[in-house]
Write a protein that binds this ligand. Structure first.
Ligand SMILES: *Cc1c(COP(=O)(O)O)cnc(C)c1O
Length: 360
């Protein structure tokens, strides 16, 4: 059996060395006689695993002591409500930028807790562009400004960090975290569901500036209270121990690759190759304004939708898996996160070339 190139948007492909190490350590983690899955989260061994993961993440992403790093559960979607519950404080409204499906979900959830001002939107364009910040109608009194740096479904990525002035900037980095350098100090809060670039699903990493802790509304469930989670080292309840461990292995792997700067260069190269190919081959198309094309998720259509099924069948036969686009968008989507080797992109382009020649 050989491993396929898995272009799934999430849960997504993981680095092979990480999976091999997890396999080797499965039955007996370093002489403890047990799997990490079977360890008490209070044991010295697991606490060391957890602390090392946090330390490596801080090093990789350049996170200062002004920030708490939380390993929470419930995926990125649970943060759509956790954020307003914790950050609205005594303010009445928050600003949101709408650039696609994930933005909309965050907006819909925040509306349950306060007034949401959609200060910029590219919905009129069919989410093929990012609205320039100069056109946004931000509010100086907003509790925070929320945006989605990479819209995983649409394949739309910001190429700038919004300037939110004194208003805390909040970003859903689920599909872009650790894929290129980011200046964390510009943000009040960053969150990322793990299953794209970090590890298994269910886990969500939250990076929060410490002065934003302690503002949760009275009715906030304890499990969603950032202050409580921070005070307890993300172990107020039993954390997702095995996911945390795997995330730690991914962080180590990223460090071995040269960190986020090196990953950014590789990711840029991978994405550019694929977009260049799509742009020069009449059979394929991508609708996103080139400046805002995602480095992580590359949607594309074939010249004739009737060929979609054949395209996917042929891809499957070659071990190029999960290329079907999101049901809301159609067409194809290749997710090429950190763990997708450049050889996977090359194999995809090779297949696309041949398919276009035969069927185009
Ligand atoms: C995948 C994704 C989510 C949802 O993550 P869950 O872990 O399924 O809740 C939210 N936002 C973005 C940008 C995503 O890519």
């Amino acid at each position: 059996m050989s491993r396929a190139f898995n272009f799934c948007a999430g849960p997504a492909t993981l680095p092979e060395p990480v999976l091999k190490q997890a396999r080797d350590e499965m039955l007996d983690w370093r002489g403890t006689g047990m799997s990490v899955m079977e360890m008490s989260h209070r044991s010295d061994e697991f606490v060391a695993i957890a602390e090392t993961a946090e330390k490596d993440l801080r090093e990789l992403a350049g996170i200062s002591d002004d920030y708490a790093v939380l390993f929470m559960q419930g995926g990125a979607s649970s943060q759509f409500s956790t954020i307003p519950l914790n950050l609205l404080g005594d303010k009445t409204s928050a600003d949101y930028v709408n650039t696609g499906i994930w933005s909309k979900k965050a907006i819909a959830e925040a509306k349950r807790y306060g007034d949401v001002n959609v200060v910029g939107s590219s919905e009129d364009s069919g989410f093929t562009t990012v609205p320039e910040q100069s056109t946004w109608t931000t509010n100086a009194d907003a509790a925070y400004l929320h945006y989605t740096p990479n819209e995983t479904i649409g394949g739309l990525e910001f190429d700038f960090t919004p300037d939110s002035g004194d208003v805390p900037l909040v970003a859903d980095m689920s599909s872009t975290m650790l894929s290129r350098p980011v200046d964390v100090s510009r943000y009040g809060l960053i969150y990322a569901g793990a299953q794209k670039n970090i590890g298994p699903s269910g886990l969500v990493v939250v990076i929060i500036r410490k002065d934003l802790l302690g503002k949760a509304r009275k009715e906030t469930p304890t499990m969603m209270n950032y202050q409580v989670i921070a005070d307890n080292g993300s172990m107020y309840n039993t954390p997702a121990t095995y996911s945390w461990y795997l995330a730690g292995l991914v962080f180590k792997w990223l460090k071995e690759q040269g960190g986020v700067k090196a990953m950014g260069e590789i990711n840029y190269r991978k994405a550019k190759k694929l977009y260049d190919f799509i742009d020069t081959n009449d059979f394929y198309a991508n609708p996103i304004e080139p400046r805002f094309r995602s480095w992580m998720n590359v949607p594309f259509t074939l010249a004739d939708d009737a060929l979609n099924d054949d395209f996917l069948k042929g891809a499957d036969a070659r071990g190029l898996l999960n290329l079907k686009g999101h049901r809301s968008v159609g067409g194809m989507r290749a997710s090429i996160y950190n763990a997708m080797p450049e050889a996977g992109v090359d194999a995809l382009i090779q297949y696309m070339t041949e398919f276009a020649k035969e069927r185009g």
